[in-house]
Design a protein around this ligand. Structure first.
Ligand SMILES: N[C@@H](CCC(=O)N[C@@H](CS)C(=O)NCC(=O)O)C(=O)O
Length: 228
């Protein structure tokens, strides 16, 4: 047991090359390429999964304020994230993440049991409707987004009591649901969302995610400075 732990520690870190805009759009044809917005919460989700898995991949930084035209070629909706894995091109962060999770099953982020997996997908969908549908306004029109801020605050506050009983959203294991919500929790200050005191257990939970090596490694320099 002991020697295994040492061997894992000493193992060389996987290739996680970040391609800057100057090299764009030449992805690596032998490994997964993620076209990722440097400040985009949806791309952030996919980076977290890639880094949690610890396999080889390439992140291609996309500046959304100066978006290369090629994104529209690989994604008809002209948005990031986009994953290119040889002939496969995927968009939509949750779809990308489920694919990565199935290609590289360790550590597994979706529950193995079909019923729990269905519940997880249902909750991922609820997150999109109740929380992430407001991201566009919070990103693009922060001054006119008070209604959205209040809605997100109230939804998150309702989640808080569950973290007095469990470590993560699906129990005591980190899962895809935690991945999905983490970029929003990281951006609360950035979006000007203030949670009430009753949400303290939620913020403790958030800190648990923020201290994970995969989460730390997944952040871009612009994301690192979003939170003090
Ligand atoms: N539902 C999509 C949302 C992706 C999305 O909205 N991406 C935004 C960045 S926040 C984007 O690329 N927008 C294009 C632009 O800003 O030009 C997902 O989960 O991947």
């Amino acid at each position: 047991m002991h020697s295994l732990a040492v061997a894992e520690q000493d193992a060389p870190r996987a290739t996680r090359r970040v391609v800057r805009d100057s090299e764009y759009p030449w992805g690596n044809t032998t490994m997964m390429n993620l076209y990722s917005g440097t400040t985009d919460p949806f791309s952030h989700r996919c980076r977290i999964v890639l880094f949690e898995k610890g396999m080889d991949f390439q992140v291609i930084d996309v500046d959304l304020f100066n978006k290369p035209e090629d994104i529209a070629v690989i994604n008809p909706y002209n948005r990031v994230p986009v994953l290119v894995d040889r002939d496969l091109v995927l968009y939509e962060s949750n779809i990308i993440n489920e694919y990565i999770d199935e290609r590289f099953p360790h550590p597994q982020l979706m529950p193995p049991d079909p019923i729990m997996r269905a519940r997880a997908r249902q909750l991922l969908h609820t997150f999109e409707l109740e929380l992430f549908s407001h991201i566009d306004v919070l990103e693009k029109n922060p001054k006119g987004a008070d209604k959205e801020r209040a809605h997100v605050r109230d939804q998150l506050t309702q989640l808080a009591p569950m973290f007095t009983k469990q470590k993560f959203l699906l129990g005591d294991e980190f899962s895809m649901l935690d991945v999905a919500i983490a970029p929003l929790l990281w951006r609360l200050d950035h979006y000007g969302i203030e949670l009430p005191r009753s949400a303290a257990p939620l913020m403790k939970y958030a800190e648990r995610i923020f201290s994970r090596q995969g989460f730390i490694d997944a952040m871009t320099p612009s994301e690192k400075v979003m939170r003090r």
